[in-house]
Design a protein around this ligand. Structure first.
Ligand code: SF4
Length: 448
C-alpha cells in the first residue's frame, strides 16, 4: 500500500523580543500556526516567512525592535511584524516599506491570517490536527502562565494600558486546564504572569467557575491554591502589596506555592510614588513585609526600582536607600528613568540630569548587592530545594535555581557532583558557598 506523502508544510521563523508576557504571546501564535499545519524554522534561511514579535515599552526597546526587523529583512526578506510596536505601523513602514503585514499586541487572528496569506498551507486534512500541548519557547521544565491581559492602573511612566487596554482576566478553569496540560507535558515550575497578578479577577467580579467538581473564584488566592495542587513549583510574578496578598503567604508556608513574591515597588519616597501614580502606597509596606516574614520566614522578595524619575530629589533618593536597608529585599533590579513616547511622566517638571541618574543607579546597585550578598551568605550550610536547569555530564556539574530564584532574572545555584541529575529534577542541595548573586553546593538527595 502506498503511503500518502504530505507536501512539506511552509516554515515560519520567529524572533520574539521583550518581556516574558510577549514570549507567551509568541507561544500562542506559534501554537496556532502549528495547529494550522505550519512547521517552525530555527533559522532565517529555512523560513518561508519570518515573524518579528516586537516590544514597544521603552524607546530603547523600540530601536531594538526596528533593528530586529531590519535584520530579518536582510537575512530573509519576507517579514511580518506583530507585538506592541505594531501600533506604530507608520514608523515601521517608513523605514521598511517591504514588510508584508503589521499587527499590534494580541492581534492573534490578524497575525495568523497574515502568515496564511504570505505562505499558504497546501490543503490537507492531516495538517488540521491540534497538537497535544502548546509549542513552547521556554524550556519544557518551566512555563509562563498568563492569567490576564491589560491593566487598570495608570502609572505615569507606563504606556502598557494604552497599548494593551484595561484588565481582562482569563477564566480560572481555562487557566487550570492549561496548567494541567503544561504539567502533563513536562512542566515542573509554573510562572504566573500578568500586569497585576493581585488584581486578577476583579473585572469578572470574582464569579466562581467549576473545576473538578469544586467552585474556584477568579481570585489570586484561590488560583494559587489550585495551581499549587497541579504543579510542584508555582511562582507568582507582578504582585502588588494589597491587603489580600496576606492570604497567599500562608499557602507559601504550607509549601503549596513557592515562598517568593515579585513585587515591582519602583520607589519608596512618597513624593515620587505620587508622581508615578503607583497603585500601592508605601506607608504600610514595611509592616506588611514584616508580617509576611513572621508567617513564612523563608519568603524571598524580588523587586525593581526606577531611579532618576522627574522630580526625584537627593532626599527622595536617600529615603529610598534607607527604605531598602529596612526592607532587606532578596533580589533587586533597577532602571534609570527613560521617557517613553506617549507616557504622561514625560510632561513632569524637574528632569534628573543623566549623570545624576547614573550616580544614583550605581549607589542603589551597590547597596542592594551588599544586602543580597549577606542574605546569600546566611544560606551557607543550609539544605535547599533546587530545580535543575542544565547538566554538564562531562564536568559532572549542573546549574539550578533555588526557590528564591526565578529563571532569567535572579541568581543560580552551581552544583558539583551532579552529573547524574536531569533537567527538571527538584533536588535537595547543601549550600557550601555564596557570592553576591549565586550559591554553590552539592546535591544530597531528591526533594520531590
Ligand atoms: S501597574 Fe503600572 S507599570 Fe504596571 S502595567 Fe499597569 S500601568 Fe504599567
Amino acid at each position: 500500500m502506498t503511503e500518502t506523502v504530505l507536501p512539506s508544510p511552509p516554515r515560519v521563523g520567529m524572533v520574539s523580543l521583550g518581556c516574558p508576557k510577549n514570549l507567551v504571546d509568541s507561544e500562542r501564535i506559534l501554537t496556532k500556526l502549528r495547529a494550522d499545519g505550519y512547521a517552525m524554522s530555527p533559522d532565517y534561511a529555512g523560513a518561508d516567512v519570518v515573524l518579528v514579535n516586537t516590544c514597544g515599552f521603552l524607546d530603547s526597546a523600540k530601536e531594538e525592535s526596528l533593528e530586529a526587523i531590519g535584520e530579518a529583512i536582510a537575512e530573509n526578506g519576507r517579514v511580518i511584524v506583530t507585538g506592541c510596536m505594531g501600533d506604530e505601523a507608520a514608523a515601521i513602514r517608513a523605514r521598511f516599506p517591504q514588510v508584508l503585514a503589521i499587527s499590534g499586541a494580541h492581534q492573534y487572528e490578524s497575525v495568523v491570517g497574515a502568515v496564511h496569506e504570505a505562505a499558504p498551507v497546501p490543503p490537507s486534512p492531516f495538517l488540521d490536527l491540534v497538537p497535544e500541548r502548546d509549542l513552547k519557547l521556554t524550556p519544557r521544565h518551566y512555563s509562563y502562565l498568563k492569567i490576564s491581559e491589560g491593566c487598570n492602573h495608570r502609572c505615569s511612566f507606563c504606556i502598557i494600558p494604552s497599548i494593551r487596554g484595561d484588565l481582562v482576566s482569563r477564566r480560572p478553569d481555562a487557566i487550570l486546564r492549561e496548567a494541567e496540560k503544561l504539567v502533563a507535558a513536562g512542566t515542573r515550575e509554573l510562572l504566573v504572569i500578568s500586569q497585576d497578578t493581585s488584581a486578577y479577577g476583579i473585572d469578572i467580579r470574582n464569579e466562581p467557575r467549576l473545576w473538578q467538581g469544586r467552585e474556584v473564584r477568579p481570585h489570586m488566592t484561590d488560583l494559587a491554591r489550585e495551581l499549587g495542587r497541579i504543579a510542584p513549583w508555582v511562582r507568582l510574578h507582578y504582585v502588588y502589596p494589597y491587603p489580600h496578598v496576606d492570604q497567599v503567604v500562608p499557602l507559601m508556608a504550607e509549601g503549596l506555592v513557592l515562598p517568593y513574591l515579585d513585587i515591582p515597588f519602583q520607589h519608596a519616597a512618597p513624593n515620587v510614588l505620587r508622581a508615578m501614580k503607583r497603585p500601592a502606597n508605601e506607608a504600610k509596606v514595611l509592616e506588611r513585609l514584616r508580617g509576611w516574614r513572621a508567617i513564612c520566614p523563608d519568603i524571598a522578595i524580588r523587586s525593581s526600582f526606577v531611579v532618576g524619575f522627574p522630580g526625584e530629589t537627593e532626599a527622595d533618593f536617600e529615603y529610598l536607600l534607607d527604605w531598602l536597608d529596612e526592607a532587606q529585599l532578596d533580589r533587586v533590579g533597577a532602571f534609570r528613568f527613560e521617557p517613553v513616547a506617549g507616557a504622561p511622566a514625560n510632561a513632569l517638571p524637574d528632569p534628573v540630569p543623566e549623570e545624576i541618574k547614573e550616580e544614583r543607579y550605581a549607589r542603589l546597585m551597590e547597596r542592594t548587592a551588599a544586602i543580597s550578598a549577606a542574605k546569600l551568605q546566611a544560606k551557607i550550610g543550609r539544605t535547599l530545594e533546587v530545580i535543575i536547569d542544565a547538566v554538564d555530564a562531562e564536568s559532572g556539574g549542573a546549574t539550578g535555581r533555588s526557590q528564591a530564584d526565578a529563571p532569567e532574572i535572579d541568581g543560580e545555584v552551581q552544583l558539583r557532583d551532579a552529573g547524574h541529575l536531569s533537567v527538571g529534577d527538584i533536588v535537595a542541595v547543601e549550600v557550601e558557598d555564596a557570592d553576591e548573586h549565586d550559591l554553590y553546593g552539592v546535591p544530597v538527595g531528591s526533594a520531590r
